[in-house]
Design a protein around this ligand. Structure first.
Ligand code: HEC
Length: 180
């Protein structure tokens, strides 16, 4: 049998099978649902028993791990994680005009708004952990130590909007491309 003859029937079958694929078909594929009976597990249920010491992500009484003292390395880490996890919406300077917002996601408030400058660090920690309004939770994407690093960096962003020109050193001004 030539290679073409060997390959054509399976190819035709694949086209017939998947040609009309829609997202709904992918969604409706056979799969185990939460409440289904399931002989694969000893309990005969798909739902798994809760493991000892499991803490609900919704448990408001969870202790908040305390931050390490902020140092330059923490700020650099915070900037890195902020640019990855937050800037797509909040913008790299915290203006709230990130790429995703430009494409239609609701506009977040400026991170240097008075209200957020006055907000306690733990409130910002809570927003990253649990989300806020249309912003979803980043708990599974940003580790607790990185949340504090991001908050330290947000504080730096907030401060950068407030520093009077007179407080800048010649080196700072040079970095901004300005002369004193
Ligand atoms: C997918 C877009 C998106 C991403 C990514 C995102 N946010 Fe948000 N964020 C929003 C929006 C939109 C709001 C406003 C939500 C509302 O008021 O309904 C918001 C609100 C906030 C607020 C203000 C809460 C308040 O009290 O008004 C803070 C602080 C914040 N985000 C921090 C962060 C941090 C830190 C990250 C990164 C770990 C992050 N966000 C990632 C979209 C995003």
């Amino acid at each position: 049998m030539s290679a073409a003859r060997a390959i054509l029937p399976p190819l035709a079958l694949m086209l017939a099978l998947f040609g009309g694929c829609k997202r709904q078909d992918m969604y409706a594929q056979p799969k185990a649902q939460t409440w289904d009976r399931n002989n694969f597990f000893a309990e005969n249920s798909t739902m798994r028993p809760v493991l000892p010491d499991t803490v609900s992500p919704d448990d408001a009484n969870q202790p908040v791990p305390q931050p390490a003292a902020a140092d330059p390395a923490m700020l650099r880490r915070g900037q890195l994680r902020f640019d990855i996890a937050c800037a797509p919406c909040h913008g790299r300077a915290g203006d709230g005009d990130g790429m995703i917002v430009e494409r239609g996601f609701p506009h977040p408030p400026a991170l240097y708004a008075q209200r957020l400058r006055e907000a306690k660090a733990v409130k910002l920690y809570d927003v990253i952990t649990h989300g806020h309004g249309v912003m979803y939770s980043y708990a599974d994407r940003v580790a607790p130590s990185d949340r504090w690093a991001i908050i330290a960096y947000i504080r730096a962003l907030q401060l950068s909007r407030q520093v009077p020109r007179a407080a800048l050193s010649a080196q700072d001004l040079a970095a901004l491309g300005e002369a004193r």
